[in-house]
Design a protein around this ligand. Sequence first.
Ligand SMILES: *Cc1c(COP(=O)(O)O)cnc(C)c1O
Ligand SMILES: [Zn+2]
Length: 396
Amino acid sequence: MTRAALRCRLCERTQPLTPRSTCPTCHGPLDVEYGLKNLALRTDDKSAPRSMWRYAELLPHVPADLSTPGLTPLVEAPRLSQALGIHLLLKLEDANPTHSFKDRIAASAIAAAQAFHLETLCCSSTGNLGEALAARCARVGLETVLLCPAGDPPALATATYRAKILRVAGTFDDCRTLERRLEELFPWGFVEGNLHALASEGAKTIAYEIAEQLDWQLPDAVISPAASGTLFAKLAQGFDELAALEAATGTRPRLYGAQAGGCPPLATAWADDRPLSKVLPDTEVRSLAIGDPAYGELAVGAARMSGGAIYAVPEEEIADSTSFFAQMTGVHADSAGGVAFGALLELVRSGDIAPGERVVLVVTGTGLKPYGYDVDYAPQEVTSDVEDVLAVLGVS
Ligand SMILES: *Cc1c(COP(=O)(O)O)cnc(C)c1O
Ligand SMILES: [Zn+2]
């Protein structure tokens, strides 16, 4: 797996794969680069893993366990297709082991951590990433430390996997700030820090799967919810790589992102054609409550370059949209799915999506996930001050 390298998005210097958050020369953000020549994205090998690892050649690290996640179903949505006059397909990411696409990111993060012999993984999470990481760490025997905003308890199952949960007095963005301090102090893998470039690569496999499940014919448009912008930017990258490798026919799909009205930094930057500004999240959609998106510029760029857009769906419409989506598809999506569906309705109404077009909506997670702390699990309460966290971890 040594064809891949880390490349600085600003100064373009490359270096071998290593756990690091920024470019050693200019502190720019890092991306994984592959020598795309001679790589095989399409496999006709019937014994290829029935998971995201079937695309191992285009991933930075490959674990020993190739059984999950990914290769989730792509299904028809006949009633909505008929009602909207389009050909709608749903990519069911709730079919992953912990019921969201975050399993792909956790799996890539852990494959990298194992390659670098890191024994503890840490992330900030409003729910799905934390559970995905805790579950995959449990599977391979690594430790997990999760930073959860006090107002957003983790998915109930998270503690069951023996994750160490720190309940931080603050928002998700405060958890991220704290995580960056911890990164200076501990030799751990940080999913959105020193492993971010590597971990986020997992999400692009959704684009590969969509192409393969459509017999390598690209759809006209893809719609997904967007918060940190990671999924959205990685979908774009995945479709770009499919094109670069000439693995699929058809033009690259237009990519449409959907945000909650109470937390629309990407939609605002897109609409006003200006650089991203942080917002303070005020949304009921916990999986989309990120006010300072790590892949924001990439996501807005991906919408533009693909001929798509990023829309915000008014808060007061989201519950109905999620429910109507369930009534018309039989899929009980996370409210982020309701947000994506709200954006789809708007796109059909405005004519941006034309009659007969083939459209894929990414159902990023399940609506059936209980959140909270188990009665017999007491999370450790901390402020967002790093000294406090060190005391709780017993290292001050
Ligand atoms: C994380 C998440 C999102 C947002 O993905 P980003 O990569 O942060 O933009 C959307 N839906 C669900 C269910 C999620 O867990
Ligand atoms: Zn650089």
